[in-house]
Design a protein around this ligand. Structure first.
Ligand code: ASP
Ligand code: MG
Length: 437
């Protein structure tokens, strides 16, 4: 069985939904994970914001905007009047539910319930459309199997057991439609897998049912070898190792949610990135296979701050790094990149909210320097250290660019550079010229 996930733009209009239905109607058994229609989750965030501020009129106005949008989609999507009516009735119940929050106090708990409505709407509508087409399909309710444990991490044991149980309740369907993103937490309350989490749902469901493949359908033809917004002539990378894809997802390739790969990787299930607008394009296949010795892609992560701590006391002292890291731990700030020398250490962070407090504490251990407005440029590929020449090639490409930090050796799949944001465009283009053109 395959698991296919379609993102917000892929189900963003009646026309797009019809395209998706064509893509999945081949009679092969599959689970289809859907996001909310594009723009809906953002709108639900705004609605929640009005509820928090007790601005009921604001919330109602936003809900009405959504209602109008969904009415249009319904009118366009169905031809069968009975099904159209069924869709209208079902959708109205969801909007009534959204309106009902005007009568209660609004907390994080209510907000999560509101945010879950986007995927409830898209799946309800799409399932009814498949019904109109006469396809053999059923809804597989995510809230009945997708669950977080007490650390707010997906509970793989629960998920595996319950996905199977739910599937057994509705056997013999070709297509199972399920909601991405939404889940229940350890206490059984409605929750979610964080923004963009539908990819994660697909990966978790794929791992739970031991799918033969997980397909992530978006509006781009795979992961590109450089940032198409900045560099001209980028190309999709046909084959990537799980590790390469994870690095790229984390360091900027927006196509895939970074945490999404892990369950697929652990269950060794290939992930294919495909384009709904161009369904025959090969896309990107992510698996345990990499092209030996090949540099595959370049990505950049913006908004980075570098912090250097220089200390005479670091020389030969054990425990120095621990003390430094503990400060970042205390202020709940993850570190991206690290480089060390015998007298100092530089780290980079992408969340500078607690920067002042961190710097203040670090000053107890040495002299601290901060560089703001930096970017991490990372080069990804199969680069075991026994291979020669790849570092020279990469560094050579950047010979005209001032580099604040260089990191290689954390994995065989990544060489990272920290440089000024103002040099990003030049660096990405220079790397593309040297490595891919
Ligand atoms: N609808 C959710 C969001 O917009 C989840 C997703 O699309 O993956 O974040
Ligand atoms: Mg998405």
């Amino acid at each position: 069985m395959k698991v296919l996930k379609f993102g917000g733009t892929s189900v963003g209009s009646a026309t797009r939904m019809k395209e998706v239905a064509k893509l999945i109607g081949d009679g092969e058994q599959k689970i289809v994970v859907l996001s909310a229609m594009s723009g809906t989750t953002n709108c639900l965030v705004e609605i929640s914001d009005y509820y928090y501020k007790m601005n009921i009129t604001g919330a109602m106005e936003k809900i009405n905007v959504l209602v109008a949008k969904y009415d249009d989609v319904i009118d366009e999507l169905y031809t069968d009047e009975a099904i159209k009516l069924e869709a209208k009735t079902a959708i109205n119940l969801h909007f009534e539910y959204l309106r009902s929050f005007s009568k209660s106090t609004f907390t994080l708990f209510e907000e999560k319930a509101v945010l879950a409505e986007g995927e409830m709407l898209s799946t309800t509508m799409f399932q009814l459309y498949l019904q109109e087409l006469g396809l053999n399909s059923a809804l597989l309710p995510a809230l009945d199997y997708m669950r977080l444990d007490k650390n707010a991490e997906p509970d793989m044991v629960f998920i595996t057991e319950n996905v199977k149980k739910q599937l057994e309740l509705i056997p013999d369907n070709d297509i199972y439609i399920t909601q991405g993103y939404i889940c229940r937490n350890f206490y059984g309350e409605v929750d979610n897998l964080q923004r963009g989490g539908s990819d994660y749902t697909a990966s978790l469901v794929g791992a739970a049912v031991k799918a033969s493949e997980i397909q992530i359908w978006t509006d781009i033809d795979g992961m590109h070898n450089n940032d198409p917004r900045i560099v001209e002539g980028t190309k999709p990378v046909p084959v990537l190792h799980f590790e390469e894809a994870a690095e790229l997802a984390y360091f900027g390739a927006k196509i895939l949610h970074p945490t999404c790969i892990l369950p697929a990787k652990l269950a060794n299930i290939p992930v294919r990135l495909l384009n709904t607008m161009e369904p025959d394009a090969p896309g990107t296949l992510i698996s345990t296979i990499s092209k030996k010795g090949k540099i595959e892609a370049v990505a950049a992560k913006d908004g980075i701050t570098a912090i250097k701590i220089k200390s005479g006391r670091m020389l030969l002292a054990h425990g120095f790094l621990r003390k430094v890291f503990e400060i970042f731990e205390t202020y709940q700030t993850p570190i991206d990149m690290i480089t060390t020398s015998e007298v100092g250490v530089s780290v980079s962070i992408d969340n500078a909210k607690r920067l002042d407090e961190i710097v203040n504490e670090l000053k107890k251990f040495g002299t601290v320097t901060v560089d703001k407005d930096m970017v991490i440029v990372c080069v990804v590929g199969d680069m075991p250290y026994e291979n020669i020449g790849f570092q020279a090639k990469i560094v050579g490409a950047l010979k005209e660019i001032p580099i604040r930090m260089i990191s290689y050796g954390g994995s065989n799949y990544n060489v990272s550079f920290l440089l000024k944001a103002t040099d990003k465009k030049r660096a990405l283009n220079a790397l593309s010229d040297a490595l891919f053109n």
